[in-house]
Ligand binder design. Structure first.
Ligand code: FAD
Ligand code: DLZ
Ligand code: SF4
Length: 521
């Protein structure tokens, strides 16, 4: 295809549901007189897992608002709504339909964030009758190539060392090339429990505008059986709304982010967290800009170092690291089941009907808001699923469904890697297995629970306690040589054979009571 033909006929530019950024590489160099942007709400994407209703409403509302934004700039948008009778139901189907309807000279897109769809789009590029230009997603700080270079030759990949590289490359929180305050990481200062009488500050949410209200109504009508409520929808669906939430966070919440980063409290979904993952993942805000603005709060003396460093680490450290791991290890990563976990996910993960106060609270806020904060995802639902031995496919499916910020590139390494050790140690050096004592230390859940967090065995004992030693016993041939588990394994060995057999039986009884039966093959 010659330049002249391309210019004469224009390009078809694909913008996916999580690519809603003015700076998107697929939009770079756009000619509003000739080019057309394709955006499509499609059944395949809305149902490949049965996403939370709020997640679909968020994506549709944000897509529709972004299309209006482009149109206001004079760009022609071919916008296909979910209930358009001609909708083919898939992104690739909509690409073919758009090409049949108009003689474009080329197709331009930004690389997609999920392996499944990226494969489908690569297959489309093979058969398309026009050239297809798949551009890098430069909204991330670390490119695939850069991550591969960093990972190359390393026997283990650890976030902490990757994070330091990202600090050096971005210059964030550096003075003369050295980390501000003399340390790279202040995580040890970020483990305070909420003291009695202290409540988290009131949060600014984004009440749905007219576009979002229409999307919410569409989702209620078209996806009534999907998990979750729509009533409390409060996610930003435009970059302006996202900016308002960020500005409020930086000014009023960030100073407490560090101290209470790991704390949990009954009925308090937000604590001191940013509530920005939905917006960053959709492309409504730029991760590096968010970090630079957090640094300004520190430099101006308005937020302490442990808060600002901790917050920046989550974004340029963890967020970039999990994306790097995903693309480095896929598709094999999605089949990893290092602990040979073989149980079903108990029904209470969906219904919330359980006497476990911590789990009931997390599932309840997940249903109402499509949100739970990191420690709830990691140490309550994730830890429990790992101790129960739930098959990683079932755990992945649940996390992909229930959280408004879930896309496979970020969900899977967090779930299969960080939370459940199904990846065998690619993401982290040991499983985050913990008994009820951890949750008791970091929350107010246990005081209001029918289970006894101090009891180790029996029907009334905290299920985390009943499961913990059995988990170690069951997996000793895989985990005993892990240096970071040397202490608990030494304790287990000191228990002696009879006590160990009892602990294993106790864990098996708890697995049965909680409904974690063997998964049908
Ligand atoms: P804050 O606590 O305010 O953190 C600020 C930002 O840092 C987040 O918005 C996010 O962009 C980034 N961040 C923090 N931790 C992580 C992390 N571990 N990985 C990647 N980014 C991180 N995050 C998602 O965006 N999508 C997911 O599907 C997702 N699934 C998860 C599953 C499990 C089992 C666990 C343990 C964590 C998961 N996370 C996921 C990471 C984290 O829990 C969320 O990013 C965070 O809770 C979002 O809320 P926030 O914006 O208030 O975050
Ligand atoms: C998650 C999602 C949903 C629910 N719906 C759409 C959609 O209708 N159209 C679209 O372009 N994208 C959607 N997405 C996001 C994709 O499934 C996918 O996760 C991302 O594009 C990966 O980068
Ligand atoms: Fe959760 Fe156990 Fe505490 Fe109950 S006692 S809230 S189950 S940790």
């Amino acid at each position: 295809m010659t330049q002249t033909t391309t210019a004469a006929t224009g390009m078809l530019r694909l913008v996916l549901g999580d690519q809603l950024s003015d700076s998107l590489s697929a939009l770079s160099g756009i000619d509003p007189d000739r080019d057309v942007v394709l955006m499509a709400e499609v059944k395949d994407e809305a149902t490949y897992v049965r996403h939370h209703k709020q997640k679909i409403a968020l994506i549709f509302a944000a897509m529709r608002s972004f299309a209006l934004r482009l149109e206001a700039r004079g760009v022609t948008v071919r916008y296909v709504r979910i209930d358009d009778p001609a909708n083919t139901g898939s992104i690739v189907g909509e690409m073919h339909r758009a090409l049949e309807g108009q003689p474009f000279g080329a197709v331009v897109m930004t690389e997609c964030g999920e392996w499944r769809l990226a494969e489908a789009l690569a297959a489309f590029a093979e058969v398309a009758r026009v050239p297809v230009d798949i551009r890098e997603d430069d909204r991330f700080i670390c490119s695939h190539d850069r991550f591969r270079r960093w990972a190359s030759g390393k026997s283990s990949l650890r976030m902490e060392f990757f994070y330091r590289e990202m600090r050096r490359e971005t210059g964030l929180l550096l003075d003369d090339g050295q980390p501000v305050g003399g340390q790279w990481n202040y995580d040890a200062e970020n483990r305070k429990k909420l003291t009695k009488g202290l409540r988290p500050p009131k949060r600014l949410r984004s009440p749905p505008d007219a576009v979002a209200r229409e999307a919410i109504a569409d989702v209620a009508r078209l996806f009534p059986d999907h998990f979750g409520d729509l009533d409390a929808f409060g996610w930003p669906t435009t970059s302006e709304q996202a900016e308002t939430v960020l500005a409020d966070f930086l000014a009023n919440i960030l100073p407490g982010f560090g101290d209470w980063q790991d704390a949990m409290a009954h009925g308090e979904p937000w604590m001191w967290h940013g509530l920005i993952s939905t917006s960053i993942n959709l492309g409504l805000m730029d991760p590096l800009d968010v970090c630079r603005r957090a640094e300004i709060e520190y430099r101006a003396g308005r937020a302490p170092l442990n808060a600002v460093e901790g917050f920046i680490r989550q974004i340029i450290g963890w967020r970039e690291f999990v994306r790097g791991i995903y693309w480095l290890k896929m598709p094999e990563y999605a089949r990893r089941n290092f602990l040979d976990a073989d149980r079903v996910l108990p029904w209470f993960y969906w219904s919330g009907e359980t006497d476990m106060a911590c789990v009931a609270d997390v599932v309840s806020m997940t249903r109402s808001h499509a949100y739970a904060h990191h420690i709830q995802r990691l140490m309550v639902t994730g830890n429990l699923a790992m101790l129960l031995g739930v098959h990683p496919d079932e755990i992945d499916d649940w996390y992909m469904v229930v959280y408004a910020d879930a896309y496979e590139w970020v969900e899977m390494p967090n779930t299969r890697g960080m939370a459940t050790f199904a990846d065998g140690g690619i993401m982290g050096s040991k499983p985050y297995a913990a008994s009820g004592a951890y949750i008791d230390r970091m929350s107010d859940y246990c005081g209001g629970c029918r289970y006894d967090v101090k009891a180790k065995a029996g029907e009334n004992a905290c299920p985390f306690n009943r499961l913990y030693w059995g988990f170690l016993e069951r997996n000793q041939h895989r985990l005993r040589d892990n240096i970071r588990l040397a202490m608990p394994y030494r304790t287990l060995e000191n228990f002696g054979p009879q006590r160990r057999a009892e602990l294993l039986a106790e864990a098996e009884a708890a697995r049965t009571t909680l409904g974690a039966i063997v998964r049908p093959s």
